[in-house]
Design a protein around this ligand. Structure first.
Ligand code: FAD
Length: 293
């Protein structure tokens, strides 16, 4: 039997989607290993999100108070919770916050950790984390040999499944403790309307866009269908769009527009349109506007 502890994320007063993704993933693991799912939420007012995590499989939601973000403080709270609850598996978000605190949690807990997994399964009673390697050209499977198996999970890689857990609330006395670095403010770079890590649809442009001046064409399609604007590294390196828009990695469905029928993207795309993007994108936007109002 192994209980699963998931660490949710609250940012700017909102529960991040990754919290539900981790709870659902944790539920599957706990069901397979015969354990419970405990979700830790850190932040002022976190208790108002407990029911949402209960709906997707949390048996218990542990609430810890914090008025701002501190990697050291979060690591202190999470490792104190691990010491008390003794979970067999810990899932944390591979978000900006998670990337900062998770290595500290692993060190404090004396645990191995696999970062940035996109798949979780069970083999021989151990959790297997699947992660892309060689710039996404291959996948590798990892197991953690320490008593606690820790993983950070890439946002948007796990399905949210409605499966009711008890969702009981427990207040934690754990706090930041003595931290040396404090967050004094934060601002969103790039002015994205929808964050890439939260988006279920991304419209992404590359070298074919020809220049910065053509990205509003894609933004217009994004606004119409509620998508986030992405870009290839080449477009970012060319200075056409800010780095915060760069994409790379896994997608469930890919619709590719390319005027070259032999373009490599067509080997991985779900749907391919062989045409000039400057014809197709405005036509698509107009059609979506008609259909979606
Ligand atoms: C280790 C490593 C890691 C990397 N990681 C990333 C990463 O995470 N993310 C990333 O984005 N890149 C990454 N890259 C770089 C990546 O290989 C390039 O950024 C990417 O291939 C560039 O794609 P692109 O479509 O912008 O340009 P190209 O590959 O040059 O393709 C341009 C395409 O646009 C088509 N086209 C041109 N004009 C039009 C038009 N009018 N209508 C329709 N089609 C048109 C052309 O036919 C062509 O196929 C990485 C590279 C390395 C080596």
């Amino acid at each position: 039997m192994a209980n699963v502890l998931i660490v949710g994320e609250i940012k700017d007063g909102n529960l991040k989607k990754i919290s539900k993704e981790l709870t659902s993933a944790g539920r599957k693991i706990a069901d397979a290993l015969g354990g419970q799912v405990e979700a830790l939420l850190i932040g002022d007012g976190a208790e108002k999100f407990a029911a949402e995590l209960g709906e997707v499989g949390a048996d218990k939601v542990i609430i810890a108070k914090a008025s701002d973000f501190s990697a050291e403080g979060y690591a202190n709270i999470i490792s104190a919770t691990i010491s008390e609850k003794k979970p067999g598996v810990v899932l944390m978000p591979h978000s900006g916050f998670g990337k900062d605190y998770s290595p500290r949690v692993a060190i404090k807990s004396g645990s191995g950790i696999v970062a940035d997994v996109v798949g979780l399964s069970i083999d021989g009673g151990k959790v297997v984390g699947k992660k892309p390697i060689y710039s996404g050209k291959a996948y590798a499977n990892f197991k953690v040999s320490s008593d606690i198996q820790m993983f950070t999970v890439r946002p948007n890689s796990q399905e949210v499944v409605q499966k009711k857990g008890a969702g009981a609330i427990e207040n934690s006395a754990a706090g930041f403790g003595d931290v040396k670095v404090k967050t004094t403010g934060s601002e969103l770079s790039g002015g994205s309307k929808i964050q890439l890590t939260e988006a279920s649809i991304i419209v992404s442009g590359g070298r074919g866009m020809k220049g910065a001046e053509n990205f509003p064409l894609l933004q217009s399609l994004c606004d119409t269908i509620g998508a986030a604007l992405g870009a290839s590294r080449a477009a970012v390196d060319a200075g056409w769009i800010s780095h915060s828009h760069q994409v790379g990695g896994s997608s469930k469905y890919i619709v590719a527009i390319n005027k070259d029928p032999d373009a490599p993207i067509f080997k991985v795309a779900t749907y391919g349109v062989v045409a000039d993007l400057f014809d197709v994108v405005p036509a698509l936007t107009a059609e979506f506007k008609k259909v979606l109002g």
